[in-house]
Design a protein around this ligand. Sequence first.
Ligand code: NAD
Length: 483
Amino acid sequence: MADQENSTVQYPKLGLHIDGEWVGADQRRTQPVLNPATGKPLGELPLADAADLDRALDAADRGFREWRKASADQRAAVLKGAARLIRERADTIARLATMEEGKTLPETRAETMGAAGLFEWMGEETKRIYGRVLMRPTGTRSLVMKEPVGPVAAFAPWNFPIHNPARKIAPAIAAGCSVILKPAEEAPASAMAIVQAVIDAGIPPGVVQLVFGVPDEVSRRLLASPVTRKITFTGSVPVGKHLMKLAAETMMVTTMELGGHAPVIVFDDCDLDRAVELLAISKCRNAGQVCVSPTRFYVQEGIHDRFIDAFQKRLERMNLGDGLLDTTHMGPMANPRRPEAVEAFVRDAVEQGATLRSGGERHGEEGFFFRPTLLTDVPLSARIMNEEPFGPVVATQRFSTLDEVVEQANRLPYGLAGYAFTENGRTANLIADALEVGMVGINSVMMAAPDSPFGGVKESGHGSEDGPEGLSAFLVTKAIHQA
Ligand code: NAD
């Protein structure tokens, strides 16, 4: 693929990677990839047909048999080599991701470095896959072994087009698995760049395949195959439930990283300026299309009006524009479905009595922009208080006591991230313990790091990515009893 280190990166010719080879469109179906800042096409993406998927399965089967024999040092060398190449190519990768997904260059640069950091960390952790020896009468023993689960089908969405593929590939190959990755068709070049770095770092043919296609066709074929031993999926709750049902047919191991609707609890005693700044930046990150995005704000009565005024002013200072421009604070939404969906959430909330304080409409003549939006005193019956908005919109309510806000925060089936802002240590501990989520931010919006488990509870899914837990998710346990 093209790799020009300058400010006008050429969008590459798109393809699939199967059994050590890049494959182009040939006679295959294709679909256009759009630049969300302009709505104009960037390239044509070939879609895998059934024969492609069968070749990918066959290659992954063979690739697994070879790669499972690789030593920890060999696995570490590939992972660390990929990390180095991703860092070297960071500018190009970040620009491609901004062109096809829309988020700003500082965001895609940080995402690229995050992906490199994850490969590096997994390159270290792969050496720490240990078993244990169980003491038995003299001359006998039992061993507990960790083995790679087998070929993995991995599905990554468009919102982190660099980091999501890294989160699937790095732990899989660290564990000794092969993988067939189907990233989102909306942002294929970023995933290709990650796969290319892994290839250039020396991964043997057949260990990593990259396919694009009609999502339902691809998942049905990969999950029906006895070759596939694990599915890892990041995406929406309904699609996650559908894939769990398909995976049940072969009792496949599952990791489900699904949607969230993060409560944000702003207590009277918080550091107001810090809370406003962190939450405004976090809310506008990737135009709110982040599974841990702060979405339902519960603001305590004593600070409510001051917080809302300051938050509104901060949102209104966000410049919208093409993510490639230095002046842009927030880029477009990733595809035309998103502004449409957010517009419907806002309309419904206002019809039900919410106050629209800011935004609430599309922006500009072209592309998929939506203005940062603040809705206050939103009734519980509004759709936005119940469904993941996945956009640059905040819905707020007031609260008075800790018990009351805990009940509100935990009332939905989602359980991914939750945030609280308070300067009182005891309140911080109480709220962190009470939130039914997989990740809590106290005076912080940082949720992901290579060494820290990322994942949810309840309908937000199960199994963690990143950290030792993220590597274990690709391992199975075997007990060997030796007499
Ligand atoms: P969607 O539910 O149609 O798709 C979500 C992702 O799942 C996409 O990447 C898509 O390619 C994939 N997908 C869809 N059907 C599939 C299937 N049958 N087999 C395999 N993969 C399949 O929604 P969308 O319009 O692309 O995104 C909007 C919604 O998706 C949001 O409301 C949000 O809930 C969710 N989402 C969540 C995350 C996350 O990080 N958890 C990321 C992106 C999207």
